[in-house]
Ligand binder design. Sequence first.
Ligand SMILES: CC(C)(COP(=O)(O)OP(=O)(O)OC[C@H]1O[C@@H](n2cnc3c(N)ncnc32)[C@H](O)[C@@H]1OP(=O)(O)O)[C@@H](O)C(=O)NCCC(=O)NCCS
Length: 230
Amino acid sequence: MIPVGCHERPFDASILGRQVWSLEDITQAAEVVDAARQLDVGLVFWRGEVDKGLVLESHGFRKIETLLTLRCALPQEKRALPPGIGIAQVADADMIADLAAEAFRSDRWHTDPEIPNDRADAYKAAWAHNNIMGRAGVTLITLTGAGEVTGFNSMLFRDDALIIDLIAVAPSHQGQGLAGRLINAAKADGAGRFKTLSAGTQASNAASLRLYDRHDMKESMRADTWHWTP
Ligand SMILES: CC(C)(COP(=O)(O)OP(=O)(O)OC[C@H]1O[C@@H](n2cnc3c(N)ncnc32)[C@H](O)[C@@H]1OP(=O)(O)O)[C@@H](O)C(=O)NCCC(=O)NCCS
């Protein structure tokens, strides 16, 4: 049975091929790790206030990332989507999943050396695929003339906030301003419907920090993620 102070993560487990738990109550860390060892859990993670996680070190957790939340206000007058931007359809889901598997490298699954890279790729692919199949409110895309998806920005609708859930550009098309266009498109799409645009990224992700800074998105929150693996 799953111990007090943590929750099962069935989606994560389905990709990792072993149970994944999120630790919610940091004071239960010792008991949760004991149970995780007995039940052959593959990953326990905790995310919370910076430095609060230091107590986890003695229980065998490793600090994996510092996650920044960035935010800007959205214009209140409605705008048209800029040219060259499309809205992803179900038929694009496989192409976007492949792009996600290829592009993401700074997230906590890829940067944890204890998680196999093919699982980290599969995690991002499945996440992106689910977004296109209905999890996200909208996914904006950039396309080549031949209709190949070169970048995507998958967003969630949460009350008056528009949230960038996953954004990536195919490695062969990076550095050409496509992500910048996807952010401008997000602002146009959200204007008049949402008050704020926000995104989360790792403190180590120089490209995305530069991107958000260029679009006047300012840090509103910071959290650390810690992993325990057997
Ligand atoms: C982050 C990402 C989406 C940027 O896409 P992109 O199309 O290459 O970005 P752009 O060309 O619009 O560039 C945006 C800014 O970042 C800068 N930039 C791009 N790559 C960079 C790098 N590796 N290091 C530092 N800055 C970088 C660009 O110079 C540009 O700044 P400028 O306008 O001052 O010149 C892309 O690197 C990516 O897909 N990364 C993997 C997925 C990911 O990490 N997503 C974000 C995490 S939530």
